[in-house]
Design a protein around this ligand. Structure first.
Ligand SMILES: Nc1ncnc2c1ncn2[C@@H]1O[C@H](COP(=O)(O)OP(=O)(O)O)[C@@H](O)[C@H]1O
Ligand SMILES: [Mg+2]
Length: 439
């Protein structure tokens, strides 16, 4: 039976699509999905057995929408029990640059008060950041304390490097204060666009002279209790120019997410300017040894879990919602990971074949975890390339030694950058789709 979702009672309620009615008559289930995004996600949804696309205002069971659609429609939706949508109502608590830092600072304060300084210092993974214009005076104080250091200004709600610039002198901000940060609309209402001023990481880890950041995917299926999954695949994104601090105006050098110059001499059309996470993990292990790399990845787990816990209490936990976050992590030369930002709508636009395949795996496994088809028991610790990282508490590996329970050597159930043998695992795990025989 296809259950339904409709806009609130005043908006036009539409019946099932014909296609669905036919399926129902044949006694099969189907999932009606709505998706306005292009590329990989469309292809994955289209190819999923039993899933049927609906358009316009038709009813849906599953909606992969963008945050703009959510903002306009969420409050008018009535959702049946089984319906799922891919954002939490106030996702921006984590995914807007100023709010993420505000929540992290507050969480750190609470830990300091309730547990102690050591515990609070486990949140020291984001660069010193101030919200502008509101914290301008605090920022100036900090700025004057460390003369000569480099800062980065970022508009809070833009992406892909838009509006970002580096600076070392206060007068560069004065210019911005005057008019640089005002859109035509804002100029009329004399409003200044919200920015963050953040300490620039001046000593990034370089490979072949280039800076990179990491994109890691985390799926949250509930905030109360917190249930979060870490995907094994991800990638490193390289800037297209060799890094140097002598010029701070070159976006292609300092930002790792601006459009790749396809004319660059070592541009690889297959891979773009990317390395898969597995490749990076192998490279770092060969260079620094297994222990240093284990420490690095454990530190990254700490970032993922703490950032989610910092917003846990403020998130509106609607059981219909899940969220696939794209984390941006930067490594410095000491192999310390820094949290740069969390994206609510990480790009699924592929930069090459390898990237396309990775994104399809990720999206398929996201649908496997969300489990519209009811093929899981709910007790799984692994689904395809996803490992359950937090389930109202830390999740440990099955093979961990029970005697070490509670001690720091108890191993987390995370495998970022490890082998992703998802197909074999899924074959063992999942019941076949209705009408499909197990191979
Ligand atoms: N504090 C920082 N130190 C060093 N590099 C940074 C810092 N903040 C951002 N960057 C670089 O700029 C890029 C874009 O910044 P980000 O905060 O992710 O904004 P957006 O992706 O929304 O444009 C990052 O991918 C990273 O390469
Ligand atoms: Mg980013």
């Amino acid at each position: 039976m296809c259950a339904s979702v409709s806009k609130n009672k005043t908006s036009g309620y539409k019946g099932s699509t014909d296609c669905c009615k036919n399926e129902e008559r044949e006694g099969k289930t189907c999932v009606r999905y709505k998706c306005i995004l292009p590329n990989s996600i469309q292809n994955v949804l289209r190819q999923r057995p039993g899933w049927v696309e609906v358009r316009d205002d038709s009813e849906w069971d599953f909606n992969w929408c963008d945050v703009g659609w959510l903002r306009e429609n969420y409050d008018h939706l009535y959702m049946d029990e089984h319906v799922r949508i891919n954002h939490f109502r106030n996702h921006y608590e984590l995914t807007r640059k100023n709010l993420m830092v505000k929540n992290l600072k507050r969480y750190r304060k609470v830990l300091d008060r309730d547990i102690g300084h050591m515990e609070a210092s486990r949140c020291d993974f984001f660069p010193c950041t101030f919200a502008l214009p509101s914290e301008y005076h605090l920022f100036v104080e900090e700025f004057k304390r460390c003369p000569g250091s480099t800062w980065i200004m970022k508009p809070v709600a833009k992406s892909q490097g838009k509006g970002i610039f580096l600076f070392r002198k206060l007068k560069d901000i004065m210019e911005w204060k005057k008019d640089g940060a005002r859109s035509e609309e804002q100029k009329e209402s004399a409003q200044v666009e919200s920015y963050v001023a953040q300490r620039y990481i001046e000593n990034p880890y370089l490979i072949n002279g280039r800076k990179f950041d990491l994109r890691v995917y985390i799926l949250v299926t509930s905030y109360a209790p917190l249930k979060a999954w870490l995907y094994r695949d991800g990638f490193a994104r390289f800037s297209s120019t060799r890094f140097s601090l002598s010029s701070i105006d070159d976006k292609y050098m300092h930002l790792t997410n601006v459009a790749v110059q396809k004319t660059a001499p070592d541009y690889d059309p297959e891979k773009g300017c990317k390395w898969q996470m597995q490749q990076l993990r192998r490279y770092l292990t060969a260079k620094h040894g297994r222990a240093a790399v284990e420490t690095l990845f454990t530190e990254m787990d700490n970032i993922f879990v703490r950032s989610l816990r910092s917003v846990q209490k403020v998130m509106i936990n609607d059981k219909h919602c899940f969220e696939l976050y794209g984390y941006d992590i930067l490594l410095d030369v000491n192999l310390k990971p820094w949290l740069i930002e969390v994206n609510a709508s990480p790009s699924y636009t592929p930069s090459g074949q390898e990237d396309y395949e990775m994104k399809c795996r990720l999206l398929e496994d996201t649908l496997n975890v969300v489990d519209m088809e009811g093929r899981l028991t709910g007790k799984e610790k692994r689904v395809g390339g996803y490992d359950l990282m937090w389930n109202d508490g830390p999740v440990y590996r099955e093979d961990a030694n029970l005697e070490t329970f509670g001690s720091s050597c108890f191993t987390a159930n995370t495998h970022l950058g490890c082998v992703n043998d998802r197909e074999r695992q899924l074959r063992q795990l999942l019941k076949p789709y209705p009408g499909q025989k197990r191979i």
